[in-house]
Design a protein around this ligand. Structure first.
Ligand code: HEM
Length: 514
């Protein structure tokens, strides 16, 4: 009888839809019963905060993750559409990083192969496992770890970077600080190009090129919180039109990058500045491997793209943090300047920058407090495992780590863990290297990861920063714009957002220039 009352029918439909949605959401986000019970669970809404708030990842960590992680060493956390185990206790990390057979690398191409991020990175040297990884490493390692004896090309890019900063400050006058990130990105792209792609992209000299524009778009697209947390939505690009556009951008980037590097031999004749002082670069090794059919075209593209991305993005964000730390802590900037000026040298060689202890220690301390790769969950158990002999993890569970948490844990770094103290690393290059090595082996310092899958570009990254800082500190002084309030990125790569710095040329350099 009631069936005939239209309002009731309508309400029943709404109620059914609502209950079905609630049930589906519950089913999608429920914690599998097989997940470890002896570690706490971070409530799911913490992972979803990005949907309605732009809180920085340091704040999120301090409020909701620090206490359980410092107490239990690991937590269950929602990330990329599933529940994962996230660890920070060094004993758990040593186990995870030393047993790559059990905690196997499995990046987005394995976890969410249909997604935009998987379309971007593919199966590459960073996220592959086993035979494939060994093949990629055998091809690329000589290029990634080639010894750079000539600091000239990096120095030239550092000088252009400083000139562009000063030009921009000149244009602004007293109207505030320079927005540093876009200029930093151009510096990072240039250094990456001349060091790994064997091509001078001239990103500093010719701003606004499409490859540079695409980087800005890609970084914004990848970390969209809705799709980051619910990557299943990427399965439906016809419903979510912005994801259709995102797939197109990833394709455009891959095509443009590969055609650019393939044209480099032709460019060499017209671009005499392109340096290749220290032998073949990664791109040359990859070219040969493709010609010899050791890798497929798809593998070639994935590795070119990941080298391009990783070799510029991490340095870019580390330099943003450098502007913040040294621009608010001018005493440290001054101390660094004193060390650099004491050399009396304007054109430092690789050996010279490598001989400066404070410069090295400042860079390590930056990496400790502002690790660009602050969190990664890209390993999967290949069998039931017991992490650190304490946490039972079922087969096929994703596990990961949080470097910011490890590096700021007072149980590991002492009561002053949150303070920027370069001296903690040592006072001479040898002791600093020793501290870095032992802290890395113990997984107290994991900015470059540790053990079998540690960063292969680490040597280059530190050298590039040394050369740049040498030139910056010698030539300019900077402070953070007083109107700028620190906000770190809310997820993904860690760095200050939208930092503005007031830059001026040092008096002495001005006089020398006259
Ligand atoms: C400040 C700069 C850098 C930081 C903080 C950094 C950090 C890292 C981290 C944390 C990993 C481990 C990733 C994982 O566990 O999945 C890694 C791996 C890697 N990085 Fe870097 N990286 C930097 C610069 C570079 C540069 C310049 C290159 C050169 C292309 C590079 C190439 C690689 C490669 C090839 C791997 C994979 C190693 C393997 O799995 O065998 N990185 N890096």
């Amino acid at each position: 009888m009631l069936e005939w009352i239209p309002e009731l029918n309508w309400m029943r439909s709404i109620l059914t839809l609502l209950l079905t949605s609630i049930f589906l959401l519950y089913w999608y986000t429920r914690i599998p019963t097989s997940m470890p019970r002896n570690i706490p669970t971070v409530p799911i809404y913490i992972s979803l905060l990005g949907l309605w708030s732009d809180m920085g990842q340091d704040t999120i960590y301090d409020r909701w993750l620090r206490a359980p992680l410092e107490k239990h060493g690991a937590v269950k956390i929602w990330f990329a559409g599933r529940w994962n185990v996230l660890a920070t206790r060094p004993q758990f990390l040593v186990d995870m990083f030393r047993h790559e057979d059990v905690y196997a690398k499995a990046g987005s191409q394995k976890k969410i192969p249909w997604s935009v991020i998987a379309a971007l990175v593919g199966d590459n040297i960073i996220n592959s496992h086993g035979e494939t990884w060994r093949l990629f490493t055998s091809i690329m390692k000589p290029g990634l770890q080639r010894r750079i004896t000539d600091s000239g090309p990096l120095l030239e890019k550092s000088r252009t970077f400083v000139d562009v900063l000063l030009e921009e400050q000149g244009r602004l006058g007293d109207g505030g600080g320079v927005l540093v990130n876009p200029i930093i990105q151009r510096w990072a792209l240039s250094c990456m190009g001349i060091s790994f792609m064997n091509i001078d992209l001239e990103a500093l000299e010719r701003p606004g090129q499409r490859l540079e524009e695409l980087q800005t778009i890609i970084k914004k697209t990848l970390f969209k919180p809705l799709f980051f947390n619910f990557p299943d939505l990427d399965r439906y690009p016809s419903i979510f039109r912005q994801r259709k556009a995102a797939f197109a951008i990833m394709q455009e980037f891959g095509d443009l990058l590969c055609s650019t590097v393939r044209q480099r031999s032709a460019n060499h004749s017209t671009n005499t500045k392109t340096p290749n002082p220290d032998g073949d670069q990664v791109v040359d090794y990859l070219d040969r491997a493709l010609q010899e059919n050791r890798i497929t075209e798809e593998q070639y593209r994935a590795n070119i793209k990941v080298t391009f991305l990783t070799a510029h993005e991490n340095a870019q964000q580390l330099l943003n943090s450098t502007f913040w730390v040294l621009g608010t802590n001018t005493r440290i900037q001054e101390k660094l300047r004193a060390e650099i000026l004491a050399t009396g040298i304007e054109h430092p060689s690789t050996d010279l920058v490598n001989s400066l202890p404070y410069l090295f220690a400042v860079i390590l301390e930056l990496l400790r407090l502002y690790p660009p790769v602050s969190q990664l969950i890209n390993r999967v158990t290949t069998a039931p495992a017991t992490l650190g002999g304490e946490i039972s993890i079922p087969d096929h569970t994703w596990v990961g780590w949080n470097a910011f948490g490890v590096h700021t844990d007072p149980n590991i770094w002492g009561a002053d863990a949150r303070q920027f103290i370069p001296e903690r690393w040592g006072s001479d290059v040898k002791s600093i290297q020793g501290t870095m090595r032992s802290r890395t082996t113990q997984c107290h310092f994991i900015a470059f990861n540790a053990h079998s899958r540690k960063c292969l570009g680490q040597g280059f990254a530190v050298l590039q920063m040394k050369v740049l800082l040498f030139e910056m500190v010698r030539k300019i002084e900077w402070v953070v714009d007083p109107g700028y309030e620190l906000k770190l990125t809310s997820g993904g790569i860690m760095a200050p957002l939208g930092l503005r710095a007031i830059v001026r040329e040092r008096e002495v350099c001005l006089k020398e220039g006259d």
